[in-house]
Design a binder for this molecule. Sequence first.
Ligand code: PEP
Length: 270
Amino acid sequence: MSTSTTITPSTTAIRQHWVIGNWKMNPSLATAKSLTEKLSENLVKTTSLSRCKLAIAPTTLHMLAIKSILEQASAQIQLVAQDTAITRNTGAFTGDISADLLKEAGIEWVIIGHSERRTIHHEDEKLISQKIRATLDTGLGVIWCVGETLEQREAGQAMNVVTAQIQAHTDILTNIDINKLIIAYEPVWAIGTGRTASPEDAQQMHGSLRQMLTQIRAELNQTSLLYGGSVKSDNAYLLAKCPDIDGALVGGASLDADSFLQIAQAFDIA
Ligand code: PEP
């Protein structure tokens, strides 16, 4: 959305690249299974990735079936839960699934703070903090989403909003194991809309995010920062060229095995 075309790297170190598919509440069990089979087959037979790791977030209900397909195919794709409970306790938490139960099912990561949870389920920073802590205490990793709405961007507030979303959890960031942290910048106006942030705008936000994290703690400079919001195979290459974008959190395009793997190839750069 900006007119600037200058992209300045804020760091040159090698960081882990990730492409993560968020399937949301989309595929039926049959579709999820055939998508996993196609992904696994293509990954094992034709798509070789060296720098970029892959992960998918099916609905929790399908997780065990998906896990078994991945294992049979020896496909290196990690499993991500779309949500977790605010506590590790067992007991009276109807409808919730704790991070311990997710871990038991072979899940390695949890998406927390996704805009759809913030909007539809009114999740605030206090609840997000509880979920992050429960996840990390279990030993799982957090894919932590931040991002501004269109109104906030148009009011010139994008950076302030994202800064507040990060700084609300400075206490967590000062101690976190950085191998358990992925941050996804997902402008809300770009999610599922077909309207992607320009590489310049995305890089600007990612560069500022990295600076902000580094000020909290030097090691956080190595955090994998993903962009999310209408990433497709045809815009992934330009986003992947941005020095502070280490991968993508992909919704719609992750429901097609070919598109998803093409996006992964775009981010599989040294
Ligand atoms: C998302 O839901 O995290 C997302 C980025 O979706 P989409 O790629 O469909 O915009």
